[in-house]
Ligand binder design. Structure first.
Ligand code: MG
Length: 203
């Protein structure tokens, strides 16, 4: 099982990070050990002093594939939820400055939290999905899938040019503007439309 993540997929987030809007999806990965298991507490990692949340729509791969055409990409995932791409921002800033890989900042244990998956049915308009994120009951991120620079199908097609995708793989599709810090005791909750699919506390 692999976890793919897309960076800078919302123009307003790229802007808040001082990054350019990419002309091809920015892909990075997290290992299986990054997946926060259900009912497992999330502990603030000891190696960072600036832990950030990034709320994202997450797809679940349902079919093995490679070199998938965009027009067929919709057949390769069947579930969607909201998740958090936890990021040690201080570590990432250091690594970025040095031009080094991001893994220490992005791929650490439990850095990928996902909510309850919803089946993707024809009734769901994938180009019009609202999602939002609250920290301590205050709305801090809110976006619609239409705002993504690269659509779900474009992302799946692009990933599959480089990596096989396999049943059970997860794809974090990027975060909108509003990322920020979280500290011990914070309560985090993520919504797809009006449904709360993920709720957790930083221990
Ligand atoms: Mg992210």
């Amino acid at each position: 099982m692999k976890i793919f993540c897309i960076g800078r997929n919302y123009a307003d987030h790229a802007k808040e990070m001082g990054s350019e809007v990419p002309d091809e999806p920015v892909i990075f990965m997290k290992p299986k050990s990054a997946l926060l298991q259900t009912h497992t507490p999330f502990y603030y990692p000891e190696f960072t002093n600036e832990l950030h949340y990034e709320c994202e729509l997450v797809l679940r791969v349902s079919k093995n594939g490679k070199y998938i055409q965009e027009k067929h990409a919709g057949n390769y995932y069947n579930g969607i939820t909201v998740g958090i791409d936890f990021t040690a921002r201080d570590i990432q800033d250091e690594l970025k400055k040095k031009g080094l890989p991001w893994e220490k900042a992005k791929a650490f244990d439990n850095s990928a939290a996902v909510g309850k998956f919803i089946e993707i049915t024809p009734a769901l308009n994938k180009k019009n999905i609202n999602f939002s994120f609250k920290k301590n009951k205050e709305l801090v991120q809110k976006a619609n899938s239409a705002e993504m620079i690269f659509s779900f199908d474009k992302i799946v097609a692009n990933i599959s040019n480089y990596f096989s995708i396999n049943i059970g793989d997860l794809i974090f599709t990027g975060t909108p503007a509003g990322v920020g810090e979280c500290v011990v005791g914070d309560e985090l909750e993520a919504f797809l439309e009006n449904d709360s699919l993920l709720a957790m506390e930083i221990k």
